[in-house]
Design a binder for this molecule. Structure first.
Ligand SMILES: [Zn+2]
Length: 284
């Protein structure tokens, strides 16, 4: 089943008089949403007991949880010390994900810094293989790791690079396709349903139907410049896009079951609901 939900708590949540994440499960259920992404962008800072409490409450409300690993991860780093830090960020996120009772962990793959793009990508794949071995050894084989397509041209994580990352792992490595990011790095890639189809068709061809069907999706409108992503916008934007409707039409036509997280700036819950409502009009 396709799922829709927001990344993090929004203005609408606090305006409804609530404060703590644990209260968000019932609130999202009441709105008719299906999932929620907890961001550890600035570091994994949650007590296991708190995470368990939140996870139990969300499970009772039928809201699936995922996590976003810290932004500091760079699997293309040449420094061994930083490679060890990567492990701390990734496995810290998986520990928390386990406590939440969730299945998916999204991460930003990394940047080349001083190396050439090709060298950096080779190193990244080598380091990612090491992460996957540790993941297996630590008993995390049931949790999904989702390398994300990135919004800045300098970052590793165009569609082909994410396909390559997903091709070295088993079924627990699933792509996170951030359509706003791809739209930004390509200066406006998505206008029609066919534009989205090209990405989804290439993904199916590249990672296979099973992984493509289970893909993680980030969606928001994003302002961009020549170098790519500048900042996240809301669905009220009508300059940068991309528009979500043609993508929902592709998901409905292909009968895919992605896990769709909305990352709008402050209106992510409202906008996740807009996507779900539009999708539902297509499958009746
Ligand atoms: Zn991200």
């Amino acid at each position: 089943m396709i799922k829709f939900g927001p990344s993090g708590l929004c203005e609408q949540f606090s305006q409804s008089g609530m404060k703590h994440t644990v209260e968000a499960g019932k609130w999202l259920q009441g709105l008719g949403l299906d999932c929620f992404e907890y961001s550890f962008g600035r570091g994994v800072q949650i007590k296991t007991d708190t995470a368990k409490l939140i996870g139990e409450e969300f499970a009772n409300c039928g809201i699936e949880m995922s996590v976003h690993a810290p932004y500091f991860i760079n699997l293309a780093t040449a420094e061994e010390e930083k490679a060890i830090n990567n492990h701390r960020y990734i496995f810290g996120s998986l520990d928390a994900l386990r406590a939440f009772g969730g299945k998916r962990c999204v991460f930003h793959p990394g940047s080349p810094l001083k190396a050439s793009r090709e060298q950096a990508m080779n190193l990244l794949l080598k380091r990612f293989e090491q992460v996957l071995r540790i993941k297996e050894d630590c008993g995390y084989s049931d949790l999904l790791l989702c390398p994300e397509t990135m919004g800045k041209k300098a970052q590793l994580g165009d569609l082909e690079e994410v396909i390559a990352m997903c091709s070295i792992g088993d079924d627990s490595i699933v792509p996170c396709i951030d359509f706003g990011h791809l739209n930004s790095r390509e200066q406006g890639l998505y206008h029609s349903k066919d534009d989205y189809k090209r990405t989804v068709d290439r993904l199916i061809e590249g990672v296979g139907e099973k992984k493509a069907n289970a893909m993680h999706v980030h969606f928001s409108k994003i302002q961009y410049s020549a170098n790519g992503e500048v900042r996240h916008l809301t669905f009220d934007d009508d300059i940068y896009g991309p528009e979500y409707q043609p993508l929902m039409e592709v998901f409905a036509e292909y009968r895919l079951s992605p896990y769709v997280i909305c990352e709008s700036a402050g209106t992510q819950t409202r906008d996740a609901l807009a996507m779900k409502e539009y999708y539902n009009t297509l499958i009746r």
